[in-house]
Design a protein. Sequence first.
Length: 399
Amino acid sequence: MSKIQMKTPLVEMDGDEMTRIIWQLIKDELIHPFVDLKSEYYDLGLERRDSTNDQITVDSANATKKYGVAVKCATITPNAQRMTEYKLKEMWRSPNGTIRAILDGTVFRAPIIVKGVESLVPGWTKPLTIARHAYGDMYRNVEAVVPTGAKAELVITDKDGKETRRLIHEFSDTDGVIQGIHNTDKSIKSFARSCFKFALDTKQGLTFATKDTISKTYDHRFKDIFEDIYNKEYRSKFEAAGIEYFYTLIDDAAARVVRNNGGYIWACKNYDGDVMSDLVASAFGSLGMMTSVLVSPDGAYEYEAAHGTVTRHYYNHLKGQETSTNSVATIFAWTGALNKRGELDSIHELSEFAKRLEKATISTIEDGVMTGDLFAISTLENKRKVNTQEFIKEIAKRL
Ligand code: NAP
Ligand code: MG
């Protein structure tokens, strides 16, 4: 059999620890035998980030802008302990944060559903995708404690130096707290476009929710920007694709989500997305089954697993112990990227291969062959726990 040929290279971002081991296994066992892989390789492993003063991360993000599709391995975000462990020059920023800032993108997280691993919300039979706006609000806040007797005001100084003041609160008989938050039209527009684009791409409906009845200026701005962009740029495309854009209040969106079957995208403001993405991930079982894709408003895609480098398993691996780490989300990062590359370059066999690899992965688990995390929760009777390497070899057999 001749290997599938590619046109444009895939931006490949390698990473750290257990996921770096899985990365190589996936390429060797599941991709190289079938695809003549054309990739532009960036090693985002912590040593390389340190030796390049993190330039490698910036370069990989710019390459994603240039080529349009990237696949990323999980990476360590250094903390004090990692500084000593890796003798780092600096506590480098989160690569995901750096890449997201350069691409101005939105992260979409969705679970991979298999038979035998039921959601804790029984109705959720289709994947529910959470899109989180990753800029501003409480995450860029300014806060202060206000003592009794003081008053707090909102002051806006325009470019000519003219001040507008609004009273926040007079703290006449008690101490208290205040918080200043912001967002920008530019960021909200990018968020909206990424959401509409991804909904069209995946042919799923889009729900957006805020608390505009209470926050009549701030949250209402989000609502208006979404509505405006939808009407001007996406309404006819949505109608043609037979999908719906639905705006509602955040509490209504939360009440609806437990009553329906999933299968749509829920666009969340920053804080709502922080909470909802963890809630949805835990309801669907294992972190090893959660995919993540960063979509920029101009249509660049970076696919990855939602989990981290699985450090605890890696340390066991270093001690020579057997591991049973779930590679499904990382495999789906590869299939997501290969499928998208195939779509953009009109290479049907490449997209078809990606779908077959997904199918082989799911049927491995549905045949009862799975890693420890799923073994612990699967309801299948004939289930068997395999190690990290065996699991990938079992997929290769079916592929
Ligand atoms: P983690 O790597 O996601 O792992 C946390 C725990 O979740 C694991 O110990 C394991 O539980 C379970 N788990 C996660 N993925 C799994 C998989 N594929 N198969 C089986 N079990 C899985 O999070 P962490 O330990 O908090 O972080 C480790 C490193 O990853 C940190 O340095 C952090 O900076 C980095 N990180 C990177 C990203 C990213 O690149 N996107 C995201 C998050 C964290 P058990 O131990 O119970 O088996
Ligand atoms: Mg969170």
